[in-house]
Structures are given as structure tokens and as C-alpha cells.
Design a binder for this molecule. Structure first.
Ligand code: SUG
Length: 435
């Protein structure tokens, strides 16, 4: 059994990072709607997390931002002329302008589902970019990411980047935010796919907030990834969890290898699901946090479960958001250390991302790779501390310190964004990307 190395691929917000209030059911996005944002702080906070990973000895890479404003979207709506004219003409179409300016691609957990080559029947590393159709401001990401990933991951011989699933609500796919790969001592991967939309007879809908992931999408993704049925389990997010603000399963669950941390109210039939997982994953250790220890509403506020669990030379370290550093969330973390579930934890300030509902785990996509695959991974995307220092200077040069929603109509953002991306491509020695 070849040992898998988990590469963390983080996204970065672009220069139009703002609080659009665009995600219904995402309580932080609603609460911070239309406040002033700091694209620069958002990017620097993300880079600080990446730096910490590198310092911990965790392999880390970066996925460059997509180009925004998305003038292609505006042109498709009939706005024409040169780029400035297109943006200026759309200024009174407030909602459309926000959709075109969304920087939500920064949360790369939603970018794709990844199945390692040791788990697929054809021995390929499968990447299925998520179609993200549930939210209009994210639905353009899928095809754009697929094109970007195909271009950037070319050196990886085993990789197969699929097309996103067809853009149907009934095939709504949110990527790795609703997928957990576990493996026990035998190294065999077990894949937990969590769907939210009613998918089987008798499934009820959440009553307050929309569910995003469809069962049909999860099964399609598993099929595209050539996963044997015996390696995949399809389970349902609890509608009450969605109604409490867990719009993605990774707001109430995180797992890796033989560890699973989960809130008691995360899933329908949770007792049976956890028993089945324990059967399938030899040596699996489950920390199920009870409602009385940490009420669901508090778990959603602190984003405790949206932490990263990373393997380091000193053992499994949990990287969580600073919001989890007090009250009952802190007590849970302390207990996890005492129980030996994790070696220790560190909390980070990711406030600009958190204010839009994105914690540490939302900001990264995990690529489980063999040693050979890691060696083939594009060097331009890999990060070390020196490169992160260069990127911090790049952010400071190109990202505004403050952005108000009404600034989104400012045509200079088009040029600022392009200059930033062009320079990033040359800093990382990547092929230039536009469109
Ligand atoms: O899709 N927020 C994102 C947050 C994604 C978090 N990802 C994971 N849990 N994996 C979303 O709801 C808010 C954008 C705004 O309101 O401007 C936003 O899209």
C-alpha cells in the first residue's frame, strides 16, 4: 500500500472580495451583507494560514484567483462595448454586478471532489469540479475552475479533470465540502458523501434554508471517479443542521485518515452511519460532540468543525478559526487533546473569510497524492515561506485595503484585477490566464 501524502491547495480571494449577502442559509454571509470589506486583509489572512502549514511541515499549494469582474457574464446579458463600457452600463443592475464580482472561488473546498489514484478502479487521480448551481454567484466557477485545473495540472500524469456535472439543481454539487475520505490501518479509502436535498422517498426538506448538495450529484461524482460501491457511503445531512446554518456538511464535520470529528446533529440516522463507518474503517476513532456539550447553533457560530486536521511530524494538529477559542468550543478542543484525538490545536484569524461563512477547511482542497504524484505536481503552485513572502508583497501592491459595495462599479477594478493576475502568473511562472 503506497503511503498517501495530503497536499493542501488553498484558494485566495481576488481584489473584488466583498460581502454581498449572496448566500441564503449561510448565516455569516447574511449577517455581514454589504459591510465594508478588506480584500487585502482577506488575502493576507489566507496567506498567513498557508505559511503556518508550511512551518508545520504540511505540503501546501495555491490555486490562483479567477478573474473578476466576470465581464463574460455581463456580456452574456447583453451589455456590450469595451470592458469599461460593459461594467459602467451594468452599474444600475446591482444584483448582476455583485454576481459578476463575487470572489467566492476563494473557498476551494467547493472547487472539486478529489479521489486519489489508489482508490479508483482505473488507478487515476480523479478531480470533478463542482457545478455549484445552488447559488447563482457561484455557478460560473465550475467551468472556469475546470479549465484552470486542466491547464495547471497538466504535468500530473495520472490526473483526470472531469467536466462539472450538468447545471441542474437536481445535480447540485458543492465539491469536497460534502465529502470526507477516511482510511484505517489497511490504507483503504472509504468515501463519505453527504447530500442535503431530498433524494430518497421520505426525505424531508429543511424548512428555513435551502439545501445544496443533491444525492444524484454525489452518486454521479462517485461514478465518474470510478469508485467501487463498497468504498462509498451516501448519507443525508440532517435538515435541522441545514436550518441551523450548516449549509455545507463541513460546517459540522471534519475527518481524515482514521479520525472523524462530528457534531451529534450532523446527519440523518447518525448512529447507524457512524456504526457502518466504524465497520468499514479499521481503527476509526470518532469524536461525536453532543448537543449538550456544544449546541448546534454555537457550533455554527464558532466553526469549530470547519477546522483542518493536518498530519505533522508531531502528530495530528487541528487548525481552527479564532472564533472557536472561547466558551464551549474551546472546552471541546481541550477535551479532544486530552482524549488523544488530536495532538494539539492552533487557532487563526481568518475574519474576512469567516464573515462570509468560510473557515479554515473551506479555504483548502485536499489532494491525497502518492510520492510520485507529489513530485509531478506543478512546482509553480507549491509554496514555501520565501514564496509566501513574495506573495504577501504582491497582495500589498495590488489589493485595496477597503472596498465598499458601491465600489464594484469602478472600472479601475477591471485593470487592477488583471494586472494582479498577470503578475501572479509571472511570479509563479504559470501560463497567463484570462477569461
Ligand atoms: O458558498 N460564502 C460561501 C462560503 C463557502 C464556505 N465553504 C465551505 N463550507 N466549504 C458560500 O456560501 C458568501 C458570498 C457573499 O455573500 O458575498 C459566500 O459565497
Amino acid at each position: 500500500m503506497t503511503a498517501l501524502i495530503e497536499l493542501q491547495i488553498d484558494g485566495l480571494p481576488g481584489p473584488t472580495h466583498h460581502f454581498g449577502g449572496l448566500s441564503r442559509g449561510n448565516l455569516a454571509s447574511q449577517e455581514h451583507a454589504h459591510r465594508r470589506s478588506s480584500p487585502r486583509a482577506a488575502a493576507l489572512q489566507g496567506l498567513a494560514k498557508m505559511r503556518r502549514m508550511v512551518q508545520l511541515g504540511v505540503p501546501q499549494a495555491l490555486l490562483p484567483p479567477l478573474e473578476r469582474p466576470d465581464l463574460g457574464l455581463l456580456r452574456a446579458c447583453g451589455y456590450d462595448g469595451d470592458d469599461e463600457a460593459v461594467l459602467s452600463a451594468a452599474v444600475d443592475q446591482w444584483e448582476l454586478l455583485q454576481l459578476a464580482s463575487s470572489s467566492a472561488f476563494m473557498w476551494t473546498a467547493n472547487c472539486a471532489t478529489v479521489v486519489p489514484s489508489c482508490d479508483s478502479r482505473d488507478g487515476r487521480l480523479h478531480v470533478v469540479p463542482a457545478n455549484l448551481v445552488a447559488m447563482s454567484h457561484r455557478a460560473r466557477e465550475g467551468r472556469q475552475r475546470a479549465a484552470q485545473l486542466r491547464q495547471l495540472l497538466q504535468p500530473l500524469r495520472s490526473v483526470m479533470v472531469h467536466d462539472p456535472l450538468p447545471p441542474l439543481l437536481a445535480l447540485g454539487d458543492e465539491g469536497a465540502a460534502n465529502h470526507v475520505r477516511l482510511s484505517g490501518a489497511d490504507g483503504i479509502g472509504q468515501h463519505l458523501f453527504v447530500y442535503g436535498r431530498p433524494g430518497r422517498p421520505g426525505d424531508s426538506s429543511p424548512s428555513r434554508h435551502p439545501a445544496r448538495q443533491a444525492l444524484a450529484a454525489s452518486t454521479a461524482v462517485a461514478q465518474l471517479c470510478r469508485l467501487d460501491r463498497a468504498r462509498a457511503l451516501f448519507v443525508r445531512q440532517h435538515p435541522a443542521a441545514i436550518d441551523a446554518g450548516a449549509f455545507h456538511n463541513d460546517v459540522v464535520m471534519v475527518g481524515t485518515r482514521d479520525r472523524l470529528l462530528v457534531h451529534q446533529g450532523a446527519l440523518v440516522d447518525q448512529v447507524a452511519v457512524l456504526a457502518e463507518l466504524a465497520k468499514r474503517v479499521p481503527g476509526l476513532r470518532i469524536a461525536e460532540i453532543a448537543e449538550r456539550e456544544l449546541p448546534m447553533a454555537e457550533a455554527v457560530r464558532s466553526y469549530l468543525f470547519n477546522s483542518q486536521l493536518v498530519m505533522t511530524p508531531e502528530g495530528l494538529v487541528l487548525i481552527g478559526p479564532s472564533q472557536a477559542g472561547s466558551g464551549r468550543s474551546l472546552a471541546c478542543l481541550t477535551r479532544l487533546v486530552e482524549q488523544g484525538m488530536i495532538q494539539r490545536f492552533e487557532l487563526m484569524d481568518l475574519d474576512e473569510s469567516m464573515a462570509n461563512g468560510g473557515g479554515p477547511a473551506c479555504l483548502r482542497l485536499r489532494f491525497p497524492l502518492s510520492g510520485d504524484e507529489l513530485a509531478q505536481f506543478p512546482a509553480g503552485l507549491r509554496l514555501d515561506e520565501a514564496r509566501i513572502t513574495v506573495l504577501e508583497a504582491w497582495v500589498t501592491r495590488h489589493y485595496r485595503d477597503r472596498l465598499l459595495p458601491e465600489d464594484l462599479g469602478d472600472a479601475s477594478l477591471i485593470h487592477e484585477g488583471r494586472r494582479a493576475l498577470t503578475e501572479l502568473s509571472s511570479l509563479l511562472a504559470l501560463p497567463a490566464q484570462h477569461g
